[in-house]
Write a protein that binds this ligand. Structure first.
Ligand SMILES: [Fe+2]
Ligand SMILES: [Fe+2]
Length: 137
C-alpha cells in the first residue's frame, strides 16, 4: 500500500510541477515500504538521500520558474522552500542517529504534513495558476 497518494489537492494542473511531485512521492512511498519491510538502515538512508536530492532539484526548478515569469509572490514561496529543505536535512541528520521507526513516525510525517498537505495545495497551486493565467494573456 502506498503511504501517500496524489489526490486532486496535490494536482496543480501545471504538468512540469506535477510530474516532479509525482517522482518525489514515489520515492517517499518506496522509503515507507523499505521501513515497514525492515530493510537495512543503509537502504533507507540512501532512499532518503534521493528524496532530498530530488526535492532540492524540484525546489530549484520552481524557483527558476518563478524568476522567469516574474512571479510576484516568489519571495515568500522561496522562503518556504528553504524552510522545507532545512526540515528535510534535519530529518537526515536525525536518521543517522535514531531508529528508523522513530524517524518515520514523527519527523517524516511532520515534514510531509508541511510539504505535501500544506505547501503544494496552497503555494504551488497559486504558482501554477499564475503561470496558467500568464500564458493565456
Ligand atoms: Fe513550491
Ligand atoms: Fe512543488
Amino acid at each position: 500500500m502506498d503511504w501517500i497518494a496524489l489526490d486532486e489537492r496535490q494536482q496543480t494542473g501545471y504538468t512540469p510541477i506535477d510530474e516532479d511531485h509525482e517522482q518525489v512521492v514515489e520515492l517517499i512511498n518506496e522509503l515507507a515500504r523499505a521501513i515497514t519491510q525492515h530493510q537495512s538502515k543503509a537502504v533507507c538512508t540512501e532512499l532518503l538521500e534521493r528524496i532530498i536530492q530530488n526535492t532540492k532539484a524540484h525546489f530549484a526548478r520552481e524557483n527558476r520558474l518563478m524568476a522567469e515569469v516574474h512571479y510576484p509572490r516568489a519571495e515568500g514561496h522561496m522562503a518556504q522552500h528553504a524552510r522545507l529543505l532545512d526540515e528535510a536535512l534535519a530529518l537526515k541528520r536525525w536518521f543517522e542517529t535514531a531508529s528508523v521507526e522513530s524517524v518515520m513516525s514523527v519527523s517524516l510525517l511532520h515534514f510531509l504534513e508541511n510539504w505535501w498537505t500544506e505547501h503544494i495545495p496552497t503555494s504551488d497551486q497559486a504558482l501554477s495558476d499564475f503561470i496558467a493565467s500568464a500564458k493565456s494573456r
